[in-house]
Design a binder for this molecule. Structure first.
Ligand code: ADP
Ligand code: ZN
Length: 719
């Protein structure tokens, strides 16, 4: 079998993405390979497909024990035999699995690295006695001391070479700076590995950074627009996690806390609930996420700035693994920098502290830049993109600045009058005419004292940050920064120029998710949920959101249609097809969605209410088309029928199309089989359900009518 055939038949995907095909090819040729691909790009198929094609067993080494079960369940779901060995299993279970491996019944065996060289040597014996064709090392960056996830057990993997000298090694990771990359090659003892480095861009994630003024309130506003969506909210401390989760629960959100201080069983229960879609918001410290593989996470919110860009990238990367539009929102406050620096400084090793401080400075820069954030992010990973991305807050907000001259002048003058020796908090106290004890009597006599009373503190905080972001003021000193005016500010003040700032970005609003019938999508989600309950499987192992969205766009109503859906392979179609088809058929019936729209001639226009799109009676009786059928059976051709019935040619053609659909006339009456095959092949290549691209492709060769006839998948007439 070809790799592509496996991708289609088992996974239900039409084509490989990025470097997948070349990686698989390289591995199949027996060459050591390193694949750097961002989260969600599809690393798994790079070893799963070779595993299917190679003779023996493929060893998958992964540090994430929690993930193994899901991965193995997922593989078994699509009909691939896989198993894992870990400490959660009983002795007997382990022996059973070992036997199956020896008998060659298992294609993929997942192991944690610490297991390889465990004292009794059982695992090594097993490996020596079975036919291992490939060793895949997931999260390969864990082998490097330079990375932020170093795991000493990974250093043992290199020793496997001595035991499995002629086996191909494939190392995969989603994060690796230059030093780590070198370590992967040497520490894993790879043999002249070939590198495949994919773009780290996650185009479906919209990056947003907002000044944090009132975090909990901002979060509520954000979530209020996304009540049905699934997401992760990261907080810095356990206490913040508890408080935030409780506050959200009080507001009626299905939110659960997760942090390392919770009982193990509680953590597990919350994680399960999230994975099973019983709770849709996980409020967590960064301890959460390494072990989960949930593809329909629509947003990741950071209530505080992460320590470095790597962590930010990794954490936001947990959104949108299914490729659908997703959001990453970071609430930033300059105070975060102080908190984090102090944490970093507690470390003993001065080199480490220096390294981490530099990383922190980059992270702050990311929050404060005025240019495209994606560009900055990718630049951090040594990747250049030609223009701005158009899908981050700075790109989206361009030109939405408002005239803030008066308020900016107030704040800038206050900073100047305070002789640039105070922090912004104090400047704001002065502007608002505060009587707080720390305000010195002498400052109460300044002309700026109290001039900004009518605006709340949150307004001034935002303004201060914007002045910082836009380069009007700059911070001086490390721990308790004071603020000074820049040349730009002095120039603007002297020349009385306008100061334009964007204070209220439209960043908390929700975004359209995609082109599909959301009513049907929700019905399908409910079905998935009840199936997942019944089968005790996480919902995304049944079908991903992307798959449901594709169904809610294409309305498959029979088995062949269903196999055309993204993410539906033969095994899943067999297991779940009928349940899903039933719901879709019923929805199509109830809403009188024209059947021709479901059969490849077009997309359902999602901006129209289903009920208003009524071009066909519910019973789908053939009406006057039966007369056309009668004439056709008498041997008349299209022209003759048109003439005889005195109808427009297009009307007769649409009768004929309906007759073909209803299986009353064969489509070969109008085209021969090879013509039909030719059209279908191009339709597949163009991956379209529309006739127009086909017409453009073929030009005069086929008429619209012929194209339509060729692309109809017939249905038995429903009375
Ligand atoms: P990673 O391990 O790189 O984070 P996964 O292997 O979990 O990513 O894949 C992410 C998602 O993309 C999975 O749902 C997977 O089935 C899907 N996927 C992988 N390859 C393809 C492909 N060629 N076309 C469509 N979807 C794919
Ligand atoms: Zn951008």
């Amino acid at each position: 079998m070809e790799p592509l055939t496996i991708l289609k038949d088992f996974y239900g995907y039409n084509s490989f993405r990025g470097h997948q095909a070349s990686i698989i090819d390289n591995v199949l040729q027996g060459k050591d390979t390193i694949a750097l691909m961002p989260t969600g790009a599809g690393k798994s198929v790079c070893y799963q497909i070779p595993a299917m094609l190679l003779p023996g067993v493929t060893l998958v080494i992964s540090p994430l024990i929690a993930l193994m079960k899901d991965q193995v369940d997922g593989l078994n779901q699509i009909g691939i035999s896989a198993a894992f060995l870990n400490s959660t299993q009983s002795h007997y279970e382990q022996r059973d699995i070992a036997e199956s491996v020896l008998k060659g019944e298992i294609k993929l065996l997942y192991l944690a690295p610490e297991r390889l060289f465990s004292e009794n040597g059982q695992t090594l014996d097993l490996l020596k006695n079975s036919r291992v064709s490939l060793v895949a090392i997931d999260e390969a960056h864990c082998v490097s001391q330079w990375g932020h996830d170093f795991r000493p057990e990974y250093l043992n993997i290199g020793k496997l070479r001595d035991i499995l000298p002629n086996v191909t090694f494939l190392a995969l990771t989603a994060t690796a700076d230059l030093q780590t990359r070198q370590d992967i090659a040497t520490k894993l003892r790879l043999n002249q590995p070939q590198w495949f480095i994919s773009s780290f861009d996650r185009p479906n994630i919209t990056y947003k950074v907002v000044q944090r003024s009132d975090g909990p309130q901002q979060l509520l506003e954000f979530l209020g627009h996304r009540v049905d969506q699934t997401g992760i909210v990261y907080c810095l401390s356990r206490m913040n996690v508890e408080e935030t989760a409780a506050a959200l629960q009080r507001k009626g959100f299905k939110a659960l806390p997760y942090h390392a201080g919770l009982e193990r069983s509680t953590r597990q229960r919350h994680q399960e609930a999230f994975i099973k879609d019983e709770a849709n918001i996980m409020v967590a410290t960064i301890a959460f996420g390494m072990g989960i593989d949930k593809s329909n996470v629509r947003y990741v919110v950071h209530m505080n700035m992460p320590q470095n860009v790597e962590s930010y990238y990794q954490e936001t990367g947990r959104a949108g693994r299914d490729g659908l539009p997703s959001e990453a929102l970071l609430l930033f406050s300059y105070g975060d920098k102080m908190t984090l620096s102090r944490m970093i400084e507690k470390a003993e090793n001065p080199d480490y502290v220096e390294n981490m401080k530099q990383k922190l400075a980059k992270m702050v820069q990311f929050c404060q830049i005025q240019q495209c954030r994606r560009r900055f992010l990718l630049g951090y990973f040594d990747e250049k993109i030609p223009g701005d991305c158009g899908n981050c807050d700075t790109c989206l907000d361009k030109g939405e600045k408002v005239d803030m001259t008066i308020y900016a002048q107030m704040m800038l003058s206050a900073i100047a009058r305070l002789q640039e020796r105070y922090g912004l908090g104090y400047v704001i106290l002065i502007l608002r005419g505060s009587n707080a004890a720390k305000v010195s009597e002498h400052h109460k006599t300044l002309s700026v004292y109290g001039i900004g009373k009518e605006q709340p503190e949150s307004f001034w905080k935002k303004l201060g940050n914007q002045l910082l972001v836009e380069g009007y003021i700059e911070a001086q000193g490390q721990d308790y920064p004071t603020y000074a005016l820049t040349n730009l500010a002095w120039k603007k003040l002297k020349q009385k120029e306008k100061i334009l700032l964007s204070l209220d970005k439209p960043d908390l609003r929700a975004k359209e998710t995609g082109e599909y019938d959301s009513e049907l999508f929700n019905k399908l989600k409910n079905l998935r949920f009840s199936l997942s309950r019944k089968l005790n499987l996480p919902p995304y192992l049944i079908f991903s959101d992307a798959t449901l969205a594709d169904m809610a766009n294409k309305y498959p109503i029979n088995a062949p249609n269903l196999l055309d859906i993204h993410g539906v392979g033969q095994a899943k179609a067999d297991s779940y097809g009928n349940d899903f088809l039933k719901v879709i058929q019923q929805h199509v019936e109830e809403n009188e969605i024209p059947i021709e729209k479901t059969n490849g001639s077009g997309k359902y226009p999602y901006d129209q209410k289903p009920g208003s799109f009524n071009t066909r009676p519910k019973s789908r009786s053939l009406g006057t088309a039966t007369e056309t059928l009668r004439l056709l059976k008498q041997g008349l051709n299209v022209e003759q029928i048109t003439e005889k019935r005195n109808l427009a040619r297009s009307t007769v053609e649409s009768h004929l199309a309906r007759l073909v659909e209803a299986n009353l006339v064969a489509n070969t009456s109008f085209l021969n089989q090879s013509e039909i095959d030719e059209i279908k092949e191009i339709q597949e290549q163009l991956a379209t359900n529309l006739l127009k691209p086909l017409k453009e492709h073929f030009g005069e060769k086929y008429s619209y009518f012929q194209l339509r006839i060729a692309t109809i998948v017939s249905n038995v007439q429903v009375e």
